[in-house]
Design a protein around this ligand. Structure first.
Ligand SMILES: [Fe+2]
Length: 289
């Protein structure tokens, strides 16, 4: 079973994730904020659904990508909660001392956004294959210790349901403890539990945890808002910087700009003309005026 811990207790959340690989966060959001994010994604979902219907194509899974920019509530409220960031960076903050000399300094970088999207799972959509999200970065896990090794994960996921999720409508299938499994162990569907959630809860899990989206056997679509983070030195899954406009990014809080990679913890990685990408926006603006 997926255990439940309130977001307000990050120490217990971290302990549970280390033991199980994932946890249901209670008190993640109030209902009206969930409705707001549903509302933010709906026009993009509906346009795709209507387009498919007009071409006699099935509804299937419909995605609202770029959700970080499209939903102010998700970006500025959900994803800036101090307890959430504490948990996220407990697992994904990278700290190193790159030089071995008298002027040695510590380089510490927080997790960055990898992808954000609403997945609207249509009626009849089958379950995903069991997988680990860190396959994107070609991670495999060998010689695993019995206990969790902090620093061994490169990414994490956060799933926030737009409606109550059940085994019937395809709640996320989760294999507790699978973050400790060796790559040679083949996961089985029978080992999965359904991370059933009520609106206001969220499921947070490690990139090494085996999971899958469940099958939707109901006549209603099931929207799930997904937010994915990776270590600062990895290429994010979604090539977001190609999409967002300067005008969009300027509306974001400095914390959100940093999370999305426009303000750098590591000044040597991802700079623009030896400055933060967000500063390039500002200087370009000044040159126009
Ligand atoms: Fe996944």
């Amino acid at each position: 079973m997926a255990r439940r811990v309130p977001l307000s207790d990050p120490t217990a959340v971290i302990r549970t994730i280390k033991e199980d690989g994932g946890v249901i966060l209670t008190e993640f959001s109030n209902t009206s904020d969930v409705e707001r994010v549903n509302h933010d994604a709906a026009p993009f979902i509906n346009a795709l659904v209507e387009d498919r219907a007009s071409r006699s194509l099935p509804r299937e899974t419909t995605r609202c990508t770029r959700l970080f920019g499209r939903s102010e509530t998700a970006r500025e409220v959900w994803l800036q909660q101090p307890a959430l960031l504490e948990i996220l960076n407990h697992f994904l903050r990278t700290v190193s001392v790159p030089y071995n000399d008298d002027g040695a300094f510590e380089l510490g970088t927080d997790a960055i956004l990898s992808a954000a999207a609403t997945l609207d799972i249509g009626p009849g959509v089958k379950a995903q294959d069991l997988h680990r999200d860190d396959f994107i970065w070609q991670q495999t896990h060998v010689n695993r210790a019995e206990e969790y090794t902090l620093g061994s994960d490169v990414c994490m996921g956060l799933l926030v349901p737009g409606v109550d999720t059940t085994a019937e409508n395809g709640a996320t299938l989760f294999l507790p403890g699978s973050h400790l499994w060796d790559h040679s162990r083949r996961p089985k569907v029978e080992e999965a539990v359904s991370a059933e959630m009520s609106v206001g809860e969220a499921f947070m899990f490690l990139g090494s945890t085996v999971h899958a989206g469940g099958a939707n056997r109901t006549p209603q679509p099931r929207p799930m808002h997904g937010f994915f983070y990776c270590r600062s030195y990895l290429r994010p899954e979604e090539n977001q910087h190609m999409w967002w406009t300067r005008e969009e990014v300027r509306k974001w809080s400095p914390a959100a700009q940093k999370q999305a990679g426009y303000v750098l913890d590591n000044p040597f990685l991802g700079h623009c003309n030896e400055t933060n990408p967000v500063d390039i926006f500002r200087s370009n603006d000044a040159s126009i005026e």
